[in-house]
Design a protein around this ligand. Structure first.
Ligand SMILES: [Zn+2]
Length: 76
């Protein structure tokens, strides 16, 4: 099974496409914008994994046990 590198979604037309090459994903977004004016978004899977890791390192996991009430980011 080929590795999926990027998932492109367009909320405006409820469309999801997966790509093995970032260049193909980028081309799809640009073509789709040209054809429809929609702003499709992409999720880069390697990048999102890195972002998740960075969030975990910072202690931001969203669960109550991890919430720091003294943090300026805390909202009650
Ligand atoms: Zn669209």
């Amino acid at each position: 099974m080929p590795e999926t590198r990027a998932t492109v979604t367009c909320p405006a037309c409820d469309r999801t496409e997966t790509f093995e090459k970032l260049g193909d994903a980028r081309a799809f977004i640009e073509d789709h914008r040209t054809e429809t004016g929609h702003e499709a978004t992409w999720e880069l899977h390697r990048l999102s994994a890195g972002v998740e890791r960075a969030g975990a390192d910072a202690g931001v996991c969203g669960s109550p046990e991890c919430t720091n009430a003294d943090s300026p980011l805390y909202l009650d």
